[in-house]
Design a protein. Structure first.
Length: 95
């Protein structure tokens, strides 16, 4: 198992954050942990499944906050913002 990282640009359409780089996309059957940092000075990022929106979401990640999510091999974590885009920094552990 290794560690990978990526900057993911989250837009107004659901953006995949649990496998954002080519090396992470090849997770296969591996569960992994995603640590997501939303930098200070940005906007809230809304996390959830493929249908996530800024009004129907599982978790609001405020600017300046971070979260750690355990993702099973069959699961995908998505993010969305209300307007424009917001970069988030992701660290993938167990890939």
């Amino acid at each position: 198992m290794a560690i990978a990282h990526a900057t993911v640009s989250v837009g107004t359409d659901a953006t995949q954050v649990s496998s954002a780089t080519d090396s992470v996309r090849e997770l296969g059957d591996y569960a992994h942990t995603v640590l997501i940092q939303n930098p200070t000075g940005g906007v809230s990022v809304f996390l959830g499944g493929p249908g996530v929106t800024d009004s129907a979401y599982g978790y609001e990640l405020a600017a300046g906050s971070s979260i750690s999510v355990d993702v099973q091999s069959e699961d995908v974590l998505y993010a969305v913002v209300s307007a424009d885009t917001q970069d988030v920094y992701c660290l993938y552990q167990g890939v």
